[in-house]
Design a binder for this molecule. Structure first.
Ligand SMILES: NC(=O)c1ccc[n+]([C@@H]2O[C@H](COP(=O)([O-])OP(=O)(O)OC[C@H]3O[C@@H](n4cnc5c(N)ncnc54)[C@H](O)[C@@H]3O)[C@@H](O)[C@H]2O)c1
Length: 336
């Protein structure tokens, strides 16, 4: 079985080039959402604690099975720890044998960002140049890098309640686009074509409210991804064309948990396979109420598995016994 550590993943991405890796992931993601009915799907299994959540996210088709272990502990950063860490596994569905165990904290950030980009491809105005980002924590740079693959972003205005997080974002993204640090959400979103909300707080926030958003804007709300954890005023949803990943999960975890009476226009796959149009005019307000779905993990694990094999990167580890006689498991333990 292959083990992919952070160091291996860095080698893979640096060899491939970040832009190319993002574009490949995006293409794979689009293809996978386009064959939605091939997948065995279920809402993730969440164990809630007062301080956060730990989730298991399985997804499979007839050939491969994957799952991710991931947490969400918004207060971790105050202790100097990431709020989200993850591990992922890919297995061969024909015999159930694990193929790869991988780091998935970085992969989660990447696949979350390419999911944002995929949604924006169908829901944002194609000439969107001004992106507003609310929350510039661990996910922020990945989001911008992926969005740039589908939209001609020239300007990013951003706000975070933590000035240090804003400085870090400026440092990392220096020279990429025109960066405008802002003093408030209102200032950051003024005249924006697209808004990403990526804040972490275990409460119902109202960062964006009706009347605040310019016509034609696309909102990507990704920080509200758990019961009791939302970012938008629920009244705003009624003004938007709302798209989700997988309705049974989103109803419990997304912004729509507070606006269940609001019609959901589509699941993302319906836009991708052309059964429903995405954005239909330049004044429409669109909202991708994204919570993160296991198919996104499945797709990026497969990409990493493929690249790791092609590039000869990764480490073969013995995590599954291979006895000479498959009925003699005991011998594996007691043999010298
Ligand atoms: N939808 C998905 O697939 C998906 C995937 C990954 C993460 N997430 C969610 O995205 C959010 C961000 O993740 P992260 O890893 O960047 O977290 P993080 O803790 O690294 O960063 C969150 C940032 O939000 C800022 N913030 C909190 N409240 C704010 C407010 N009211 N206004 C402005 N800024 C505020 C914090 O200061 C912090 O810098 C989390 O809620 C996480 O659960 C969703």
């Amino acid at each position: 079985m292959q083990l992919i550590t952070i160091s291996h993943l860095k080698q893979i991405v640096q060899h491939t080039g970040l832009d190319h890796f993002l574009r490949q992931n995006l293409a794979d993601l689009e293809a996978a959402f386009g064959r939605w009915n091939d997948f065995h799907k279920s809402p993730r299994h969440a164990t809630h604690y007062p301080q956060g959540v730990i989730e298991l996210m399985p997804c499979a088709d007839d050939n491969f099975y994957s799952f991710k272990y991931v947490n969400g502990h918004p207060k971790n950063t105050a202790q100097g720890q990431l709020s989200i860490i993850a591990l992922g596994m890919l297995a061969d569905a024909s015999n159930g044998f694990p193929l790869m165990l991988s780091e998935m904290t970085l992969l989660t950030a990447i696949r979350t960002a390419t999911t944002t980009a995929l949604g924006a491809k169908y829901l944002a105005r194609p000439n969107s140049r001004h992106l507003a980002m609310i929350g510039t924590g661990a996910q922020a740079e990945f989001q911008l890098q992926a969005i740039r693959q589908v939209l001609p972003i020239e300007r990013v205005s951003f706000f975070d309640t933590d000035p240090e997080a804003m400085k870090k974002f400026s440092r990392n993204m220096d020279g990429l686009v025109d960066l405008q640090p802002c003093q408030s959400i209102e200032q950051a979103i003024a005249d924006s074509d697209m808004i990403i909300t990526a804040t972490a707080a275990r409460q119902h926030n109202r960062l964006l409210k009706p009347g605040m958003i310019d016509p034609g804007c696309h909102i990507h709300a990704m920080g509200g991804d758990c019961p009791g954890k939302t970012e938008l005023d629920p009244a705003l949803l009624a003004e938007c064309k709302v798209v989700v990943e997988y309705l049974p999960q989103s109803l419990a975890e997304g912004e729509i948990q507070l606006a269940k009476q609001t019609p959901v226009y589509a699941e993302l796959w319906e836009l991708v396979n052309g059964s429903k149009p995405g954005r239909q005019d330049s004044r429409e307000l669109t909202l991708f109420d994204s919570v993160g779905f296991a198919l996104e993990d499945f797709v990026i694990l497969q990409l990493v598995y493929r690249l790791a094999r092609n590039l000869g990167i990764g480490e073969e580890v013995e995590l599954v016994p291979s006895p000479v006689d498959p009925k003699d498991l005991y011998r594996v333990l007691v043999s010298p």
